[in-house]
Ligand binder design. Structure first.
Ligand code: CA
Length: 225
């Protein structure tokens, strides 16, 4: 599961990022409002939750929240705010946030709120289907024709990434960045190895693979499936 964190205070951003990564989340951080909005809009389908600071350089959290809501009515947004009057909290929720948490907060409280939103989201944003293959982000399970398929953590992340981008070409550079969390030019042939693992475990024998190779560019799971 991937979280976008928009927070300009480096120490708070690091504290949240490290904590969430220990819990198995992947976390992208933006340190100003404009970058945060750009990342949210560009990669909206890749995020499960957005954590949004209120006071940010560039654009503030409220403005970001409104813009993101226009693009996606469902993505969970939690405000991180030092403001502590009831009015401010209501203002945040009216802008389209699902929840807010006041700084300073205990990490466990943030984690609990994220989990509640993930649970509420189940049934729409956390299940991805492709033909008879079903991936459930919340329970971390993949089934084919209703039968459980054992995937390693990396195989699961790769499949999740491809299914979230169903119908679009997933470029190799994006895959290595998002699934392997590697942000420099790296030998990305490891992707092909894992695509093969997925094909072996999930393809129907004797038919074309559900993962299409776009030579030199990346991979795609077709929309019709
Ligand atoms: Ca701030």
């Amino acid at each position: 599961m991937r979280i976008l964190l928009v927070e300009d205070e480096t120490s708070i951003a690091n504290f949240i990022k490290e904590g969430l990564e220990e819990e198995g989340f992947a976390v992208d951080v933006a340190h100003d409002g404009k970058t945060g909005l750009q990342m949210a809009i560009d990669y909206l389908t890749e995020y499960d939750v957005i954590l949004l600071d209120w006071m940010l350089p560039g654009l503030n959290g409220i403005e970001i929240c409104r813009s993101v809501r226009k693009e996606s009515p469902t993505i969970p947004i939690i405000f991180l705010t030092a403001k502590d009057t009831i009015d401010d909290a209501v203002f945040g929720l009216e802008a389209g946030a699902n929840d807010y948490i006041r700084k300073p907060f205990a990490f466990e409280e943030l984690l609990a709120r994220i989990r509640v939103l993930m649970r509420n989201k189940q049934g729409d944003g956390s299940i991805f289907k492709c033909g008879d293959i079903e991936l459930n982000v919340e329970s971390h399970r993949v089934t084919k024709k209703g039968i459980n398929i054992d995937l390693t953590r990396k195989e699961f992340s790769l499949l999740e990434f491809l299914l979230r981008n169903k119908g679009k070409v997933s470029r190799r550079t994006r895959i290595i960045e998002k699934v392997w969390d590697i942000h420099f030019d790296y030998d990305n042939s490891v992707i092909d190895v894992y695509i093969n693992f997925l094909r072996k475990k999930l393809d129907e024998p004797g038919t074309e693979s559900f993962i299409e190779t776009i030579r030199g560019v990346g991979y795609r799971v077709n929309e019709e499936l």
